[in-house]
Design a protein around this ligand. Structure first.
Ligand SMILES: [Zn+2]
Length: 449
């Protein structure tokens, strides 16, 4: 048996108020005062109903780094953040460069049932940047991989990048590039500029990112293939992508919540929670990425959720690992940086954080949003509250959040994934219940929207 859920009087992203009836994993009915019996009644008053968030850039760390995160713990962090699908990056151990590894990661996600887990395949074998991985085998596997990335590392060899673009073009795949010219960033610790000089930390020049993006959009144009730019962080990068789109080049770009909100000034604390790749940039870069997201130059928000064990961060800046956790705080940070500032409305948030990332990742079921007949994957969000963000609100294994002890707006109240609740009253539904609901739906023959 699958659960029937009735949400009363939630507000859709376009501002209309509606009840939402969920049955057999799908949205059965929308409208006011729906008359139906339900296993679970949810009061949606004051809550915004957004289509389930889709993250195109998540580090789940399994297999190999289970002390940092697992598919289960990362799925729980995602659900509490309002996500119903994540794309798991390939820098695991073994690397996700074969059909076997990507199928394993996808199966773990399906079994746990909190979110859909779509594996990202490595572009190069072992992320070593020497030869292409088994791209075709991963694309043809049960995981149907469509996005490939060496994220964490840049595919810096232009010939290899060209070949990767040519290969994925044959089946409509996309290469997601971590744009970082390695020779220009050797030993780099933070954004290069006046502040890095003052702090005595090796600088990471904006050009190291911009030069790779410029090269890659031209390669994508030459090949006629699709390119996705990961975590774009500088004003110059926005300019390059804007130029490429004006020329009709098939490129999409993402920005992280932290690059929408935080600046390099935080590095002055030498607190390694602010150490991230690419680094936090200047005020003018934050302004430019916000404007780029608002005008459509940047297509989506993606978290780059990067959990680390405490000991990898609890050390001096130069020795600390790069990365921040982001799934649990993402929607609040988007609200603070671009909604409360008037740049995006909630319909825009639904586009940049659900529909478009699903389209780039070729994930079915998200093209219609919250609509009758569509898979019931949505989140109910209360934008009117604020909270002091603490480790007690994190659900993944990593506590390396840059927002601890700061006040963030909004709170995810409920998440529904494929028709079953994963979050209720701001708390995770327990793992056994969620896994059983996912099994019941699979036995009922529902597809994996
Ligand atoms: Zn990256």
């Amino acid at each position: 048996m699958t659960e029937t859920i009735l949400v009363r009087a939630a507000t859709l992203a376009d501002g209309t108020s509606t009840d939402i009836l969920v049955r057999n994993g799908r949205i059965a009915e929308l409208g006011r005062a729906i008359f139906a019996s339900a296993d679970r009644l949810i009061d949606g008053a004051g809550l915004i109903a957004l289509p389930g968030l889709v993250d195109l850039h998540t580090h789940l760390r399994e297999p190999g780094f289970e002390q940092s995160e697992t598919v289960l713990s990362g799925s729980r962090a995602a659900a509490i953040g309002g996500f119903t699908a994540v794309h798991a990056m390939a820098n695991t151990s073994p690397v996700a460069d074969t059909a076997g590894v990507v199928e394993q990661v996808m199966s773990l996600g399906d079994r746990h049932g909190y979110v859909t887990v779509r594996p990202v395949g490595a572009v190069t074998r072992g992320l070593e940047g020497q030869q292409l991985s088994e791209i075709g085998a991963m694309a043809n596997s049960r995981a149907r991989v469509r996005m490939f990335s060496d994220d964490g590392k840049c595919v810096s060899d232009p010939l290899l990048m060209r070949h990767a673009l040519e290969y994925v073009k044959t089946f409509g795949g996309v290469i997601a590039q971590h744009a970082q010219e390695p020779r220009l960033t050797e030993g780099a610790q933070m954004n290069e500029g006046t502040l890095s000089g003052e702090l005595g930390l090796a600088g990471w020049p904006a050009v190291a990112e911009e030069a790779i993006i410029a090269r890659d959009v031209l390669l994508a144009q030459h090949v006629g293939a699709r390119l996705h730019v990961c975590h774009l962080s500088t004003a110059g990068s926005v300019e390059v992508v804007r130029w490429a789109k004006a020329r009709g080049i098939d490129v999409t770009a993402e920005v992280t919540p932290h690059h929408l909100l935080l600046t390099e000034q935080l590095a002055a604390s030498y607190d390694s929670r602010y150490k991230v790749n690419p680094p936090l940039r200047r005020d003018e870069d934050v302004r430019a990425v916000r404007e780029g997201l608002a005008d459509g130059t940047i297509d989506i928000v993606a978290t780059d959720h990067a959990p680390h064990p405490v000991e990898a961060k609890d050390c001096e800046w130069a020795a600390a690992a790069f990365g921040m956790v982001g799934l649990e705080s993402a929607l609040s940070v988007v609200q603070a940086s671009v909604v409360d500032t008037g740049l995006l409305d909630w319909a825009d948030v639904a586009r940049v954080f659900s529909r478009t990332p699903a389209a780039i990742g070729q994930l079915d079921g998200y093209d219609r949003g919250i609509a009758v007949g569509a898979p019931a994957s949505f989140t109910l969000y209360d934008p009117s509250v604020s909270r002091v963000f603490e480790t007690t609100q994190l659900r993944g294994k990593g506590i390396n959040s840059p927002y601890l002890s700061t006040t963030l707006p909004g709170r995810v109240v409920t998440t529904v994934h494929r028709g079953h609740a994963t979050v209720l009253d701001g708390e995770l539904v327990d793992a056994e219940t969620v896994a059983a609901a996912a099994r019941a739906l699979d036995q009922a023959g529902a597809d994996h929207g």
